[in-house]
Design a protein around this ligand. Structure first.
Ligand SMILES: Nc1ncnc2c1ncn2[C@@H]1O[C@H](COP(=O)(O)OP(=O)(O)OP(=O)(O)O)[C@@H](O)[C@H]1O
Ligand SMILES: [Mg+2]
Length: 494
């Protein structure tokens, strides 16, 4: 059962760009390892090599003392080495059962043994707490459900070594709790678990040891208990990180930039009203399903709205789509980076300037001006890309997020709505993003931050609106802006 892994001088190039520079370290069986590193440090790449999705060159790894190389993920899975992807790897048009058994369908005689597959799928789904019809097509699932299907799929593969790349990015606290119980069960059965996350409190809770990578190199390995979160953060970025949040400016006394009254999105939000002033950072808290994202999708014309009044700089507005909103001065960073945020097949430059081509037209498209915008964004956001001509899809998860934020700033908005702006972003970059948001507010923008990270809302915002079941429950500020009160209003237990 047990399985010992040893990485030995693993190197990896993508074209001329070297992303792993001779990584060597060892992992013992039956332990949970937290793999830490900044965005682009090479964590996902190293794990893809281990699990047969990429080939190393030169260097490699051995398992239980035997040099090993998996031609593809199927070969790795046959050996019990399984990866849960950071960006989902499911077939959208297949059902949940079909995805769980993809590539190792069970047969009885010449026929597929549907009944037995459905039953096993159910067991795996129960284990992760996924209570949906196993015949649902993956396309019709919400993000958190897709995440749980990925995990169920991996569990049903009898892993001896399980890599989880940011598994909780879209999970609720309850789902995360259940996942941690599962991880502990697996570890006690001798499974080696590698857990990648930028949520250091989770790393602290669930891992036995941490392994830190920086710039494609191994930095250190040691017991989790011997490191504070601050230590972990410093090891990742290679410098001392102080003050995660900028000082808070007082709530400005000015007429609102955006004023929303009695706004409803059928099925999601009821009679919501709020205002954001120039210079204000306004937070939106709530549980998954509270209707925060859907409210803003309604404001942007992405969902049908019912009644209500929306004024931008005093003028009544009704946007037909996000592009129209951007032209009027309001831009929106979607929480669904892959679906609505970025076009992974397009270049960084096209992604960045797509919403705002008018500004680069003289009247023909000015390539130099577009290029300058890209260079500025890469510099300001410290986006790590192999080359400026890379496709957005080749960036690491966190760097895609930075590009998505840069993109919504391109049209020079007056009001900026950021939905989960730091999801998948490393601590150093998080700090950069917080300071950037504060700078934008100081320049007179109204910034709205929707976030599941309470610490982030508390550290950044002057006021936080708490939503539950589609309604505004409370607006917290000053001394009332603390975790206890936020949770109480979000769950309805105050
Ligand atoms: N298919 C690819 N083509 C070109 N470059 C790539 C490709 N995959 C990864 N890279 C580059 O390799 C580097 C390491 O990426 P990787 O995804 O391993 O980082 P990571 O540590 O997982 O970061 P994150 O925390 O943001 O997920 C990045 O600079 C990325 O742009
Ligand atoms: Mg990654």
């Amino acid at each position: 059962m047990s399985l010992r892994v040893r990485f030995d001088g693993v190197c990896k190039h993508f074209g001329p760009v070297q992303v792993l520079h001779g990584v060597s370290f060892e992992l013992e069986p039956g332990r949970v390892y937290g793999l830490l590193g900044e965005n682009g440090a090479g964590k996902s790449t190293l794990m893809k090599i281990l699990c047969g999705y990429e080939q190393a060159g030169p260097g490699g790894f051995s398992i239980d003392g035997e040099p090993c190389r998996f031609a593809d993920s199927r070969e790795a899975e046959a050996a019990g080495v399984v990866l849960i992807h950071q960006e989902f790897n499911l077939a959208d048009d297949l059902s949940v059962v079909q995805n769980i058994f993809l590539g190792r369908e069970r047969r009885r005689g010449w026929l597929l043994d549907e009944a037995s597959m459905r039953e096993s799928a159910r067991e795996a789904m129960d284990a992760v707490g996924l209570s949906i019809d196993p015949d649902t097509r993956v396309r019709d699932l919400i993000v958190a459900e897709k995440q749980l299907v990925e995990i169920a799929r991996a569990l049903s593969r009898q892993a001896r070594l399980l890599v989880m790349d940011e598994p909780t990015a879209t999970l609720t606290p309850g789902e995360t709790h259940r996942l941690f119980a599962l991880i502990r069960q697996l570890r006690d059965r001798g499974v080696t678990v590698i857990y990648i996350s930028h949520k250091l409190d989770e790393v602290e809770q669930i891992t036995d040891e941490i392994v830190v990578m920086r710039d494609g190199r191994f930095v250190t390995r040691g017991p989790t208990a011997g490191h504070t979160r601050q230590d972990m953060a410093n090891l990742m970025v290679g410098r001392e990180l102080t003050d995660m949040f900028p000082p808070k400016a007082p709530l400005p006394d000015a007429p609102p930039l955006l004023a929303v009254r009695e706004f409803s999105v059928p099925g999601w939000a009821q009679d919501v009203g709020f205002e954001v002033r120039p210079g204000e950072i306004l937070g939106f808290a709530g549980l998954v399903g509270a209707g925060r994202t859907e409210l803003f999708e309604g404001l942007l014309g992405l969902r049908p709205r019912a009644g209500g009044e929306v004024r931008l700089q005093g003028e009544p507005v009704r946007f037909k789509d996000p592009r129209a909103a951007a032209r009027a001065g309001l831009t929106y960073l979607s929480e669904d980076r892959k679906g609505r945020g970025l076009h992974v097949g397009l270049s960084l430059q096209d992604n960045l300037t797509l919403m705002d081509l008018d500004r680069h037209a003289r009247p023909w498209l000015d390539a130099a001006s577009q290029r300058a915008a890209l260079q500025a964004a890469v510099r300001d956001f410290r986006i790590r890309a192999g080359s400026l001509d890379a496709r957005a899809g080749s960036l690491s998860g966190g760097n895609q997020q930075k590009l998505a934020i840069a993109k919504v700033l391109q049209p020079r908005p007056r009001v900026l709505v950021l939905d989960e702006p730091t999801r998948g972003v490393d601590v150093g970059a998080k700090r950069d993003i917080y300071f950037l948001i504060a700078r934008l507010a100081a320049e007179g923008l109204g910034v709205i931050v929707i976030s599941s990270e309470l610490v982030e809302l508390i550290g950044l915002c002057q006021r936080v609106i708490v939503m539950r079941a589609g309604r505004v429950q409370a607006t917290l500020a000053g001394d009332h802006l603390n975790e206890e009160e936020l949770i109480a209003h979000a769950t309805g237990t105050h």
